[in-house]
Write a new protein. Sequence first.
Length: 600
Amino acid sequence: MNALTFNARFDTKQPAADGTVFVHQPRPAIPAGRIAAVHMRYSLLVIARLRLFMVIGIFVLAAAVALVRIGYLGFAGAPQGQTTLEEALLPPRGEIADRNGAPLARTFPAYALWFNPRAMEDDGSPLVAEPREVAERLKAIFPDLDIERTVRILTSDRGGYLLRRLLPEDANKVFDLGEVALELPRENDRYYPQGPLGAHVLGYALEGGDRQLEGKLGMEQVLDDRLSNPLLRAEPVALSIDLRVQGALEDELGRGMLATNAKGAAGIVLDVDTGEVMAMASLPAFDPNRSDAQHSPNIYNRATNATYELGSTFKPLTVAAAIDAGIVRDLGAEWDAGPVEIGHWRRSDLKPKGDTLNVAEALAYSSNTVTMRIADALGEARMRQVMTDLGMNRPPQIELPARGRPQWPQGRSNGSWSRITTMTVGYGHGIAVTPLHLASAYAAMVNGGVYRPATLHRLEPGEAPRGTRVFKASTSSRMRQLMRMISIYGTGRSADAAGYRVGGKTGSAEKARRGGYAETALISSFAAAFPMERPRYVVVTVLDEPKGTAASSGQRTAAYTAAPIVGALIPRIGPMLDVRPDAARDVDISDLRSLIEGRR
């Protein structure tokens, strides 16, 4: 069939080659509205698909970011400033423990009983019942409540804490009293499980203006940033203190203080090789659990803040300096023991033992005059330098904020000392230091001659500072013999605990007063180390104004007051510190024995 030819017009008739005529009918026209509807539907479908792809893309991107973030945190850890669930469950302040992990300070939520005098809007009394009646009702709930103190607070216009650390059931009983002014705030409470034990080391913490606990004294203040940091407070902070040794020290020190009616006492047990403080006590103590602890007069730390003239305990230091400098070469050489006279100034021994004494006898009998002559021969420059090297011219080196500044002798315009000052410093007068100064100096004298600062942080093996050499090792070895000799033949006999090879020196000095000295007020001290063939610990005890009692045979001096405390303490703490008694061992002092016994 031949192809058809179409014209532009559909109503024309065109014959084919064979004469056949086809009639072409026109196609029906599509309405314009339908075309628009189809176009719109197609556009909406495209837009919907684009939106779906966008939503999917956003979810995929978010998931990818989350996965990357999780992976980063897995390697790098959580960012600072954000609190994790684990951190949120930690106490609001870190714990403090002793060197063996025994708890010393903890924090927990608790109720407190607070009197709010402005609880009522009117100007009348904030209490429904009378103050004394309210106090008596509280007494029925809390048998230990001080009624008179409670009445004073309830009648004041300042208010204040009535009690802290209330049990929930007791808080409910207070609530049932119906007194609006008796408020029961929930707060973070710092608790010291050992009570007053080690209080001067720990200090205390109180709520600050932002309701957060803040350290106000002792190691609580020193460690405040660390204890408050949520990233660091997971593990307790370990101090150098051994709670067992601390308890024994405070017990024996308290016994000695009561036996002699002393005003106060201080004691230290120090590791001679590391400077770690194993125990530190100041009596009378205070209870950091009490809300009024910051107002207690007993927060004054006698061990690190109080300065005393510690008398004859300085004599071994002077002899050590003289041996080190070659001034004393022969311990058997005789020294003039008669009175020392310089112009109108005159000093003599309380109980003279003869016209001359050798060095061993001078230490055993605690001769002032021989020690003064040794200091004079040593010379001002060397004496002052040794005291400086031992830290006697600056506050004691320890972390506590309460550190007393020594009363360093006033020198000439160039800083040098007079001849009289040099001689008096030699036997512990004219210079006032803290008991911790003395403990650190004795540690250097017996540990081989190296001075190290004291610390209240527990040190791991190898962490002890190298220190500064003050005495030769040979000098230290000789001083260990002399110290042991004093405890056998001299004034330190009452501190000689059987089997522990104790060596030590007494010190009794009149307290300095304005314009002179008080003859009736003594500072009695004893500085010791054990075991003397290889000393591991120094022990220092100080009594403030002991009295002559029946327990001290009517005597006030250190041989009868401070030394017996050490004699009772060392057998208690020795096994705790892994020092066992051994009666078969001792320091070889045969050459010194002949010097002492030959005179008798």
